[in-house]
Design a protein. Structure first.
Length: 149
């Protein structure tokens, strides 16, 4: 009887503690990514990609769950408004390809600092119909990313 009562007391206690620690780990992971806001990719059919200034250097880019995480550098100001634009034109291939462009609206025009940023963008607005994969490309960045949705 003592062993049974000991098991009935200890096992629920151990299970409750293990659940709490798993919840704490989840909160820690989500809080680190929740600090960076997720922006939508702007589909701009009037975007002039021919005269696009290649002022951004993409260092790394990854895709997970329709979210593009991109690290890039540029010369500008810390208060520049940064966006990701797509002109709506897909390159015909299997799978289709889409070129994305980082754009900025300058804040203070006086500064010229080297800035490195990490940003998150939701890619769901550029999904190609009737396919489940899209190749994502950036100017001056060689690796092509596979966006599976």
């Amino acid at each position: 009887m003592n062993y049974l009562s000991l098991i009935l007391i200890v096992v629920p206690f151990l299970m409750a503690n293990s659940c709490k620690s798993a919840k704490n780990v989840e909160k820690t992971k989500s809080s680190s990514t929740s600090q960076i806001p997720v922006k939508k990719v702007i589909v701009n059919k009037n975007f002039d990609y021919i005269n696009y200034k290649k002022e951004f250097t993409v260092k790394t880019a990854t895709i997970a769950d329709s979210i593009l995480t991109i690290v890039f550098s540029y010369v500008g100001c810390s208060d520049d408004e940064i966006n990701m634009e797509f002109n709506g034109n897909y390159l015909k291939s299997l799978p289709p390809k889409a070129s994305l462009y980082i754009t900025k609206t300058s804040g203070n025009l006086e500064c010229g600092k080297q800035i490195e940023k990490t940003m998150l963008f939701n890619l769901s607005s550029i999904q190609y119909p009737n396919t489940k994969t899209l190749v994502i490309m950036f100017p001056n960045y060689e690796p092509k990313l596979m966006y599976n949705y």
